[in-house]
Write a protein that binds this ligand. Sequence first.
Ligand code: 26Y
Length: 822
Amino acid sequence: NILIEDARTGLSVEALKRAISNNLFYVQGKFPEIATRNDYYMAVSYAVRDRILKRWVASVKQYLDGKHRVVSYLSAEYLLGPHLANNLINLGIYKETGQAVKELGKELEWLIDKEIEPGLGNGGLGRLAACYMDSLATLEVPAIGYGIRYQFGIFEQDIRDGWQVEDTDNWLRRGNPWEIERRELNYEVKFGGHVQHYTDNNGKFCSNWIPDLVVKGVAYDTPILGYDVNTTNTLRLWKSEAPKSFDFQLFNAGGYNDAVRQKIVCENISKVLYPNDEQEEGKILRLQQQYFFVSCSLQDMLGIHLRQGDKIQDFYKKFVVQLNDTHPAIGVAELMRLLLDKYQLEWEEAWDITTKTFAYTNHTLLPEALEKWDLELFGRVLPRHLELIYEINRRFMDKVTVKFYGDHHKIASLSLIGEGPKKYIKMANLASLGSFAINGVAALHTELLKKTVLKDWYELSPEKFSNKTNGVTPRRWMVLSNPELTALISDKIGEGWIKNLDELRGLEKFAQDQDFQKAWMDVKHQQKVSLSKKILQRLRLRVDADSLFDVHVKRMHEYKRQVLNALHVITLYNRIKHNPDIDMVPRTVIFAGKAAPGYKMAKQIIKLITSIGEIVNNDPDVRDRLKVVFYPNYNVTNAQKIYPAADLSEQISTAGKEASGTGNMKLSLNGALTIGTLDGANVEIRECVGEENFFLFGLNADEVEEVRVNGYDPYSYYNDNPDLKLALDQINDGYFSHLNTDTFKTLVRSLMFDDQYLVLADYQSYIDAQDKVAETFRDKSKWAEMSILNVARMGKFSSDRSIKDYCDEIWKVKPVPVKLKN
Ligand code: 26Y
C-alpha cells in the first residue's frame, strides 16, 4: 500500500524520476530519444500535478463536506504567471525535481522556461487576484476563484520601428497540463429575448425569461496549492460553448448554417480578454462575458450549497462572494433573479440574502474606468435583469427620497440609473448597494473614495467602508524570482519569513554589517548581470551591470507618467551633450509595459521612449553613462526577471490617481529603493521603510487638487524652466524622430496646453529627487544599508497580511487545516 502511494505521489528524487519517465511513456507515448522539450515539460508538470491532486481531493472533501464558510472570489481577470516553478516551490520539491530531471539528462530551468504563461489579465487587478489565491491557500482558507477561461489572453507585444504591435496570445497551443476539464460540470446561461409575466395558480406573480440565445458554460479547474501546506483550492474558469440541444433544434429545422453560426456566437463569449485597463469601452460582448461567468459561478455555488442539504436561506452562511471591482457586479441582480425566479423566494428575503452575500472592492478613482452600461443595450442583453435593477432602484429611491428629502443632487447621484441624453446603469452603485462591505486598496485610496467617487455611499452607510491595503505573494515575487536573495536572507534569519513576512525585520540588525552589505550587493549585481544578458539577447543592446538600474515597469498610461521619466532621461542626456566630460552616475533606464491597443497616446509614449533610446544609445558622446531600454512584452514571466535586478523603482503617478500599485511592493521587496509620489500604497511603503529610505517628490493629492482649482497653466512651467523647455522643444522639433515633427505633435501639445496629469508641475521636483538618488548611489555602503532596511521593513506588504485582514474583518472565515489520510 505504502509502496504504491510512493510510486505515484512520492516526493523523493527516485519517485519523481520514475513518475516523469512514466508520464513520458504512458501518457504521451514518447521515449527519451524522440521526446521534445515540450514533452519533457509536460511530463514534469503531470508528475507535479499528480502530487497536487491528492492534496486537492483532500481539501475539497474536507471543506465542502463540512460546515465551513467558503470564500468565493469573482474576478474577470487572473494574471497567474507560469505554474510549474511556483508549484515546485509550494510543494517544497524544487531541488528534488531538479535532481530528478538532471538524472534524466535535462535541465529543469530549461523546462520551466518552456512554459507559456496564462495571461488572463491586464495588470494590477488581475495579478492581485492571483496573489490572493496563493495567500488564501497558504493560509488554509477554503476558497474558490471564479473567472473566464479566455482562449486568448492579453496580447503579446512586439516593438517594430519603435512602435508597439500586437500579436494574439495563443497560450493553449501546446496544451495546458494544469487544468482539468470538467465536461459534466456545466450550466446554461441565457441572453436576450423578452420576459413574460403571469400569475400562477396560487396568485403569485411570476416571471418567465424567454431568451433568444442560450450558452453553455463548461468548468475548467486549476488547483491552487498553498506554500508548505496541504490546502489546495480551486480556480474554476468557464469556457463558453453551444449547448447541444440548441443547435440540434436548428439543425432539425433545416438551418444548418444558422446552427454553425450560433455555435460561433456562443464560443465567442470566452474567446478573448479585453486588453483595456482603466478605460471603459461599453462593448456588448464584454457585458456578455461578465454575465456569462457570474451566472455560471452563482449557479455553481447554489448547486454546491443545496447538494449539501442546506436551506437556500442559509446561502450567505456558506459563501461570501468578493467582487473584484464592478466587473462581476451583475451578480447582485443575478442572485436576485435566481432566488426570485428559480427558487421562488419573496423579494425581501431574496434581497436580505443577496446583501449578506456580496462584498465589493474598488480599484480605481479614474472616472474613465467606472463601468456604465447604456440602458438600452443592457436591456437587450439582459431584459430580466433590467427589470430587477429597476425594482431594486425603485425600492431604494423610496427610502433615499425620504432620508434626503429635497437633496436632488444626492438622490440622483445614488440612483442606480444615470440620466442624460441616454440613460445608463451605474455598476459601482449596484455593487455598493448590493454589498455589505466596500473597500479600497490602500489607505489613501480608501480615504479618497469616501470623499469623492463613493462619497454619498459613505454618508449613507459608513459602516460598510474599510481599507484593505494590497499585498503581493513573497513566494512568487521573492522565493521563485529571486532565489539568490532568498538564500541570503534565509541564511541570516531562517526561512520563517516566507510565511510570516514580518520576520524580515530580523534583517535590520545586519543593515550596517560590511560583509552582509557586500553579499547583498553581490546578489544584486549578479541579478543585474543576468538581466543584462537578456537585454543583449533580446535587444542586441549592451548595458553596464555596474550602472544604476532605474526601472519603470507597468501598463502604459498617462497617469503613470512614463513621460516624466522620459523627460528626466532627456535632461541627463542634455547635461552630457552640454558638458561631455561631466562626472555622473551611469544609469540604465529600463521601461516595460503594454499600451491598450486603442490608446493612441500610450502608444505614442512607447514610441517616444524607443526614439530617445535610439538617439541616446547610439551617441558616442554618451559613452557608458546612459542607456535607455524598452523591454518588450512585459508580463509575469518577464517581471520575474526584471524586479530582482532593479536598484531604483519608479512609482511616479500623479498623486491621487494610482489606487494602490503592487509593482511598487514587488520591486521594494527585491531591494530596490523607491522614487515616488505620495500616491496609493507608496504612502504606506514610505511610512514603513522610513522617509530617509524613500526618494519623495512632487505634489501631494491635496496640492494637485488645489493647483487644478486655481487654474493650472502648464505652459508657464515650460516657459520658466530652461531644462524643461529644451527637452520639450527637442521632442517637438524632431530631435528624436529624424526631424519628423509630426510623430510627437499630439503628445507635446497635450503636455504644454492641457497636461491633465501635471507632468510639468512636478518636473523640477522629480529632477531634484533623481539627483539625490544619484548622489546616494555613489556611496555604495550607504545604498546597501538603505536597501537592506527597505526590505527588512516591507513585511506589511505580503498578500498574506491583506488576506488575513479580509478574513477577519469582511469574510469572517477561519483557517481549515487539511490533513492527508493514507
Ligand atoms: C472597465 C474595464 C475597462 C477595466 C478593466 C480593467 C477597468 C479597470 C481594469 C483594471 C484595473 C486595475 O488593474 N487597477 C489596478 O488595481 C490594482 C490592484 O488593486 C491597483 O494596485 C492599481 O493601483 C490599480 O490601477
